[in-house]
Design a protein around this ligand. Structure first.
Ligand SMILES: Nc1ncnc2c1ncn2[C@@H]1O[C@H](COP(=O)(O)OP(=O)(O)OP(=O)(O)O)[C@@H](O)[C@H]1O
Length: 281
C-alpha cells in the first residue's frame, strides 16, 4: 500500500535538440518521496532542473516521462491543493496586501462569509509580521514585505503542498533572516508540507527536515537526501553551535563543489533512489 504523501517516480525532462541532433536530457530517473508535514529543500547548481521539477509538481509543466502521485492521485495540471510562491512575489498590483490574500482565500473557500474570509486573511498577514500594513498596495511595500504577503497568501489557502522557488532570492541578508524565522513560525503552526528551492545552504539547514541534492545537468539526478539532524525549534543564532551544523554544512558544500559533477559523470553511481545521509544527533 502507498503510504507516502507524495511520490515522484522516474521523472525525466528533455527538450528536442535543434534539427536532427539528439534530445537534451535535463534530468532523468528522479525518484523521491515526501511525507506529510515535511519541509524539504532542494539544492543544486544552476540549470540542473530544480525549477522544472517544482513546476511539474505544481502541474504547470509536463514531464517527458515518469509520474508524480500526491495523496494516491496522479498530478495532472494545477490545483488549489498545491500552492506556489515565486521569487518575484506575483502579487496583484492594484489590490492591497489584504485584498491579495482575501482574493485567494475566497477562491479556495467560496462558501465562507465575508467576515470569516477577512478574519482568516488578517490572521495570516499578522503571522508574517505585517501588522499595520494590511491596507497598503504592493507599490507601497518593500521587497521583503511583498514576499511576506505572498507567503501569507500561500499559507492562508492551506494547500496540501506548498512549493517555493527561491522565495528569498531577491532579498538582502538581514530581511531574509527575519522572514526565514517568520516562515518557520507559520510552518510550525500550519504543519503544511513544503518543497522549496534554495541556493543558500545555511537557509536549507535552518528550515528543512531533509535536503535533496541534485547533481549537475545535463542528465542531472537527485543524488542524495540529507537529513537535518538538528532538533527544532531552531534559531539562526543557536543552530550554528549544534555539533551537527558544520558537519552537515561541509557535506553540502563538498557536494556542490566536488560530488555534484562526479555523480552525473559516473554511471556506476546511478541508483534508483537518492542516497540517504544521516548524521547521528
Ligand atoms: N524550452 C526550453 N528548451 C530547451 N531547454 C530549456 C527550455 N526551458 C528550460 N530549459 C533548460 O532546462 C534546464 C533546467 O532549467 P531550470 O530552470 O529548471 O533550472 P534550475 O536548476 O532551476 O536553474 P536556476 O538555479 O538557475 O534557477 C536549463 O539548462 C534550461 O536551459
Amino acid at each position: 500500500m502507498n503510504t507516502h504523501f507524495l511520490q515522484v517516480q522516474g521523472l525525466k525532462k528533455s527538450y528536442p535538440g535543434p534539427g536532427k541532433s539528439p534530445e537534451t536530457v535535463i534530468f532523468e530517473d528522479a525518484n523521491f518521496n515526501i511525507e506529510k508535514g515535511e519541509f524539504i529543500c532542494v539544492i543544486g547548481h544552476s540549470g540542473c532542473g530544480k525549477s522544472t521539477i517544482l513546476n511539474i509538481l505544481a502541474g504547470l509543466d509536463e514531464a517527458s516521462d515518469g509520474v508524480v502521485i500526491m495523496n494516491e492521485k496522479e498530478v495532472s495540471g494545477p490545483s488549489l491543493d498545491r500552492g506556489v510562491v515565486f521569487q518575484n512575489y506575483s502579487l496583484l498590483p492594484w489590490r492591497t496586501a489584504l485584498q491579495n490574500v482575501t482574493f485567494a482565500v475566497q477562491a479556495r473557500w467560496p462558501e465562507w462569509s465575508k467576515e470569516r474570509i477577512l478574519e482568516h486573511s488578517h490572521r495570516y498577514l499578522d503571522l508574517v509580521g505585517l501588522k499595520g500594513a494590511h491596507d497598503r498596495k504592493p507599490s507601497q511595500l518593500s521587497g521583503g514585505m511583498r514576499q511576506r504577503v505572498s507567503i501569507a497568501r500561500a499559507f492562508a489557502t492551506q494547500p496540501q503542498l506548498l512549493l517555493m522557488d527561491e522565495p528569498f532570492g531577491a532579498l538582502d541578508a538581514l530581511t531574509r533572516g527575519v522572514i526565514q524565522e517568520e516562515l518557520i513560525k507559520i510552518w510550525t503552526e500550519s504543519k503544511q508540507t513544503v518543497f522549496m528551492i534554495t541556493h543558500d545552504v545555511d537557509e536549507a539547514i535552518l528550515l528543512s527536515d531533509r535536503i535533496l541534492l541534485m547533481s549537475n545537468g545535463p542528465k542531472a539526478r537527485i543524488a542524495e537526501s540529507v537529513k537535518v539532524s538538528i532538533p527544532r525549534p531552531r534559531k539562526r543564532t543557536d543552530i550554528i553551535h549544534h555539533d551537527n551544523y558544520y558537519t552537515i554544512r561541509n557535506h553540502l558544500v563538498d557536494f556542490l563543489v566536488n560530488r555534484s559533477k562526479l555523480v552525473s559523470e559516473d554511471e556506476s553511481a546511478k541508483q534508483p533512489y537518492p542516497k540517504e545521509i544521516t548524521f547521528p544527533e
